[in-house]
Design a protein around this ligand. Structure first.
Ligand code: NAP
Length: 314
């Protein structure tokens, strides 16, 4: 029986672990299939405060993990096969670790960027393929970049990337964009953005020094084309990692967990959510870490028996 089980080891989960451990609550942290979360898929992190020279994403996550361990957080690696939030204590079944029980649970399982699933994509992550313009745009100063997608994320990323790139080519598989009109208009009025609509990505092309181009299928001509580029930003959406909860917590229409505004409380007292699994707006390491801290403080107060209404006035 644990006071608290934290599920997920991105910046949100590890920050929650540091706070819970420092409060002597000996949290158990469950590490899933991608320890460290999305930051481990990027290279240099230059926007996490406190690192004036930047830090590798994997190193930042290693440091956070060590910091949590130093104060007594326990880690176990395993796939969660089921969760029962219907009665207290809450029960989790974790592959290789059996049944675990906890008085409180912090869900910080993040969201996974969707990938195209085409040849050359996975092996060139960090060599020109990215799913995060805020993280990696800076490395493409003066270069030509492709952004794939036709939603608001693609418009936003393309617009943002024109700060660095000499040209941003927006590649979308259809003629119509899914993005809102205001985002489309903003992208269309940006002279650095060019459009390759009706192009379905087929293969990421790369040489020794990284990405060199994107092979696409031109729906209008029925022929393959190669668009030369130095980088490919894939902006086709994210999927929050909530499948293991089997619908026990309310979500919005995109599957993100709902929390009570200004807190990390879910509809089930004792269950808290932080990081990207409940945030499709900011999605930054620092904002995830901030909500991880909030979840730990909310959980601590819950474990002390302070009612939620009173916490609001603390
Ligand atoms: P989205 O709206 O689901 O759009 C995903 C885009 O990727 C679609 O255009 C889709 O094409 C394309 N796509 C999906 N799978 C693909 C594949 N295998 N190959 C090629 N293209 C593929 O996702 P999003 O843009 O990330 O937005 C998610 C939500 O966040 C939306 O509600 C959005 O409004 C919101 N958001 C808001 C803002 C803002 O207001 N500032 C910024 C970002 C996101 P099809 O259109 O052909 O399906």
């Amino acid at each position: 029986m644990y006071k608290s089980i934290i599920i997920g080891t991105g910046p949100a989960g590890l920050t929650a672990a540091i706070y819970m451990a420092r409060a002597n609550l000996n949290p158990l942290v469950i590490e899933g299939p991608q320890p460290g979360g999305q930051l481990t898929t990027t290279t240099e992190v230059e926007n996490f405060p406190g690192f004036p020279d930047g830090i590798l994403g994997s190193e930042l996550m290693d440091n956070m993990r060590k910091q949590a361990q130093r104060f007594g957080a326990e880690f176990r690696t395993g796939w969660i096969t089921s969760v029962d939030l219907s009665q207290k204590p809450f029960t989790l079944k974790v592959e290789g670790h059996g049944e675990l029980k906890a008085e409180s649970i912090i869900v910080s399982t993040g969201a996974s960027a969707r990938y195209l699933g085409i040849p050359g994509e996975q092996e060139n992550i960090g060599r020109g393929v990215s799913t995060c313009a805020t993280c990696d745009g800076f490395f493409f100063r003066g270069k030509k970049i492709i952004v794939v997608g036709g939603g608001d994320s693609a418009m936003e990323e393309a617009h943002f990337l024109t700060r660095f790139a000499s040209e941003v080519v927006l590649v979308h598989r259809r003629e119509e964009l899914r993005a809102s009109k205001i985002m489309q208009d903003r992208a269309r009025s940006n002279p650095k953005i060019t459009w390759s609509l009706n192009r379905a990505p087929l293969e990421v092309l790369a040489g020794e020094r990284g990405v060199t181009g994107l092979k696409v299928w031109n729906n209008e001509t029925g022929q393959e084309e190669i668009i030369e580029t130095d980088g490919i930003f894939i902006a086709i959406g994210h999927t929050p990692n909530t499948g293991f909860l089997a619908g026990q917590l309310p979500t919005d229409e995109q599957g993100y967990l709902l929390v009570h505004p200004g807190t990390t409380e879910t509809d089930i007292p004792g269950v808290f959510a932080c990081g990207d699994v409940q945030d499709h707006r900011y999605r930054q390491a620092i904002s995830a870490a901030g909500t991880g801290c909030m979840a730990a403080l909310d959980a601590e107060r819950y474990l002390e028996g302070i009612p939620a209404e009173e916490v609001l006035t603390l």
